[in-house]
Ligand binder design. Sequence first.
Ligand SMILES: C[S@@+](CC[C@H](N)C(=O)[O-])C[C@H]1O[C@@H](n2cnc3c(N)ncnc32)[C@H](O)[C@@H]1O
Length: 225
Amino acid sequence: MDYEQAVEEAPPGWRHFSVEDIARLPHSVRTHELARVPPGEDGERVVRALFWSLVYHLEPRRWDELASFEPIHPDLVEALPQGADLGLDVGAGSGRLTQQLVSRCHDVIAVEPSAGLRTLLCRRLPSIHVVAAWAEALPFPDRCSQLTAACGAFGPDEAVLSELRRVTAPGGVMALISPERPEWFEAQGWERITARATRPPDHPAWIDDFFGPPSPPRELLMAKV
Ligand SMILES: C[S@@+](CC[C@H](N)C(=O)[O-])C[C@H]1O[C@@H](n2cnc3c(N)ncnc32)[C@H](O)[C@@H]1O
């Protein structure tokens, strides 16, 4: 999501955070996130733009609870390839997609920059190898994965897409569930599967107050390498 859109579309919970919270982000995360802030921005706009990063890194349980009320549509899980030797889940969060990859791949590695989310993921899926890294610099050799996947994490960002492509083996598949701007991927020749909209599960009121209404992922974009 570009900076201006992130400022405008920050969910109501942005008011829960302040400029001081940005200073509490781990150094490498702060550096990564502030790199996309234009010079001269005021504090409130920066907090709005960094809302999701503040949640992932400072309040990971809130994300985990939201994700539990936004299940991936079963038709999308069903459409993912089966039988990969290695599946990568990039930007894995607390494991919403990772847990689906476990039964579809021989081995699964989850990549997640938030320490809090990695802790939740390791507790939930203790047998999975979990790595701290950014999608822009995946610590894996070329062509190692037969299924390189992500859910709700990326959009048409060439720095990320070229890494996803690099680590995917010839004949392997890149699969993005509900990326930003799915129409962009479709125009580039990615296969697009859109599942029927479903009602989110009943959930506590704080979810709507903080994040806005839950919106379970229902788009899958896939490209063969
Ligand atoms: C919307 S959450 C989705 C989490 C998980 N994939 C799921 O479906 O529940 C986005 C995740 O991507 C991670 N993320 C954001 N930017 C990233 C980047 N540049 N590289 C790797 N992970 C990133 C965040 O830390 C967060 O866990």
